[in-house]
Design a protein around this ligand. Sequence first.
Ligand SMILES: [Zn+2]
Ligand SMILES: [Zn+2]
Length: 181
Amino acid sequence: MPQEQQCPICGRAVSAQARYPSYVCRNCLEEAPPVNRDGKRISYTNVDASGGIQSQIEGSADWLQGPDCEPICYVKGRRCRAEEARSGGVVIQVSYKLLGKDGPCESPTRGKLGGNGQARIYGRLDCWSAVNAVKAGVTYQKHRVFFKDEETAVASGYRPCGHCMRAEYKAWKAAKAVAGS
Ligand SMILES: [Zn+2]
Ligand SMILES: [Zn+2]
């Protein structure tokens, strides 16, 4: 196990925490305290000594808990998520929105695969066909989804891309032909 990992925002070496692979370093949080989607400063603390998480938006005296807490925040423009730390306190990690079996979910690690939510096709992140479609405009971007791995993509009812995942695509087609006959 490495003893160090990197802050996903500034790249600084920080102590390794397997449970928090994308936690944001103290320097970044001091330089750029988290803001919410409206650009207002948002602070987080535990609810009480037993833990939990609550947030407070700049200019408000209220601490928001439960569904009102708003854990998604932004540090230097990067989308992050605050959560109660196991050892007490609050940890802020860069967060990615992925598609899971039960719908969208947050993940501290980038998805391994991308997909087209409309055509229900999954493929590599660097697939030329997907990259071109993303460049072509907002229509495709709206349908772009990300998966943690292939298993999740298949479980979500997506099929492999014929451009960048030839072998998987052929296997899928063959299996489909068998199932259809
Ligand atoms: Zn940093
Ligand atoms: Zn592809």
